[in-house]
Design a binder for this molecule. Structure first.
Ligand code: C2E
Ligand code: CA
Ligand code: CA
Length: 517
């Protein structure tokens, strides 16, 4: 047996081998064990161990690389998710929650002297009509265009966000009120010019509210007040920037109070109808009455419709209110027609219908039911629709109008002359009469060119095959003049103010002509 094949317990390489294995096992993959010159079996084991260490090291490095790559992927996905949660997918702008975060941050850090953060909140005017009539694809393009225009009009450091729907917000850093106002006006100007989309020229202005931040105010509170200012601009309808004022808050509280009260008023019996006669100008007999709603408020007294109809429209209460007006007015007409003391007058009932009613599919049913219940012929009811309600109309409106027409009720355009009055448009509408707004008559007498204008307006209405009713007749001269140019129907304080049902009943019993003497 040769020397080299005998392992003696004190071969120093065994110690080295053991050390090396211990190191490797402890995770030091760089550890290598020195191979001796003997090149015997111990050296073979040492080399094998070194090779294993090498392999382990490679595998380990690969593993580390893979883990690093996965970690990076996870990290990226997380960031993307975070970004997505903060971004509006359509426009790429920040979204509501990103805006809220940025606003809170700005409130904590951004006040120095006269310069502070400010919020511009804006809501597109007429976007809904574009979306409804031209479809969502065009609607989306409009929103993207709006987003680009806003971003182009603000400064680099300002944040633009889409809050949802057609509402946008801008966070301005370090501005004075006058700087904020001028940026706001620049944005409004940028939105004012028409957009050409798909061959259509679309115009979509905006209402805008400005709230300058005050130190210590919560982001939520600031947003609420910016919203109030924006709402004020919307109500004004002129596309002008409104700056938040504390008085607006008060007005909003009053309005909220009124909203609550109105709910009760419609459900209870606080609403009343007054009736204003419509008179044949030649015979002075009564040919119709217009039902005009009033609110007998328990503490505020009589409230006129101009104050609460817009609220009812905005809050959706108009359909309940309109339903009540319809049933009450039709019921009243039925009473007048069945009472022998008033039945000798043969006249129609006219009610004012709001744009929102035309949007309700059940509206035609409601009208049919109310008439059937009262046993009245549909031709005895005339619905007055404002020009803007039918002109901004969509398919649903047209469907409702045509159905009403088939039912046989009369349809009349109210407040004619205050809006667009495209004649070609009037021709296409399924209506049979127009009621000329009282502002046209009000100028008669003071303006020498008015008589000619009135005659021209009348001719124009006739040319469309429509009848004309003139409202706001306040003097005998006005009534005579209108008759002289061939107008046959009129309404106004000269003949009668709107009256409670009982008062008009008395007049109907005792008079054949108006004004009553
Ligand atoms: P409108 O349909 O134009 O009604 C005519 C308004 O002119 C009435 O005001 C009436 O009182 C007033 N008026 C009548 N003759 C004269 C006159 O000779 N001179 C002057 N200066 N004014 C005259 P009112 O009752 O305050 O109604 C205001 C508006 O409220 C109505 O305008 C109508 O748009 C709306 N409204 C009234 N009742 C209802 C309703 O039941 N439903 C809906 N949706 N709207 C209603
Ligand atoms: Ca009317
Ligand atoms: Ca009117």
């Amino acid at each position: 047996m040769s020397e080299s094949n005998t392992y003696s317990g004190n071969d120093p390489r065994l110690g080295l081998l053991l050390d090396g294995i211990v190191k490797l096992a402890a995770g030091d993959l760089n550890a290598r064990i020195e191979v001796s010159d003997a090149r015997d079996e111990i050296d073979a084991v040492i080399m094998g161990t070194n090779l294993l260490a090498e392999d382990l090291q490679i595998i380990y490095a690969e593993l580390e690389q893979r883990v690093a790559a996965r970690t990076q992927q996870l990290h990226d996905a997380h960031r993307e998710m975070q970004l997505m949660a903060m971004t509006d997918p359509l426009t790429g702008l920040s979204n509501r929650s990103a805006f809220a975060d940025a606003l809170s941050d700005a409130q904590e850090t951004g006040h120095n002297g006269s310069q502070r953060p400010a919020i511009l909140l804006l809501d597109m005017n007429g976007f809904k009509a574009i979306n409804d009539s031209l479809g969502h694809t065009i609607g989306d393009i409009v929103l993207e265009t709006v987003a680009r225009r806003i971003s182009g009009a603000v400064r680099e450091q300002d944040m633009v966000a889409r809050m949802g729907g057609d509402e946008f917000a801008i966070l301005l850093h370090n501005v004075t009120p006058s700087m904020a106002t001028s940026i706001g006006n620049r944005v409004l100007a940028a939105l004012d010019s028409p957009m050409e989309i798909d061959g259509e020229h679309l115009r979509c202005g905006a209402s805008m509210g400005l709230r300058m931040a005050e130190a210590g105010q919560s982001a939520q509170n600031l947003m609420m007040e910016a919203d109030i200012a924006m709402y004020e601009s919307k109500t004004d309808g002129k596309g002008k920037l409104k700056i938040f004022q504390p008085a607006m808050l008060h007005a909003r509280q009053l309005r909220n109070q009124l909203v609550g009260d109105l709910k009760e008023a419609i459900a209870g019996s606080q609403l009343i109808l007054n009736y204003q006669p419509i008179i044949r100008l030649d015979t002075r007999g009564i040919e119709g009455v217009e039902a005009l709603v009033r609110w007998k408020h328990p503490t505020r007294g009589i409230i006129m419709p101009d104050e609460f109809i817009p609220i009812a429209e905005e809050t959706g209460m108009i359909s309940d209110l309109g339903g009540w007006v319809l049933r009450t007015a039709v019921g009243q007409l039925q009473q007048w027609r069945s009472d022998p003391l008033t039945a000798s007058h043969n006249f129609t009932m006219r009610i004012n219908v709001s744009a929102a009613d035309l949007q309700r599919l059940e509206f035609v049913e409601d009208v049919r039911d109310a008439l059937a219940e009262a046993g009245l012929d549909p031709s005895l009811l005339v619905l007055e629709l404002t020009e803007s309600a039918v002109i901004q109309g969509n398919d649903l409106d047209r469907y409702t109008l045509n159905s009403l027409r088939r039912l046989g009720v009369g349809l009349e355009i109210d407040d004619f002359g205050t809006g667009y009055s495209s004649i070609s448009y009037l021709r296409r509408l399924p209506v049979d009469a127009v009621k000329v707004d009282r502002t046209l008559l009000a100028a008669l007498g003071s303006d020498p060119s008015q008589p000619a204008l009135l005659a021209a307006v009348l001719q124009l209405i006739r040319a469309c095959g429509l009848n004309a009713v003139w409202e706001g007749i306040e003097t005998e001269e006005q009534a005579d003049y209108l008759l002289s140019i061939g107008c046959t129907s009129g309404q106004g304080y000269f003949f009668s103010r709107p009256l409670p049902a009982a008062d008009l009943t008395e007049q109907l019993k005792h008079h054949k002509t108006w004004p009553i003497s």
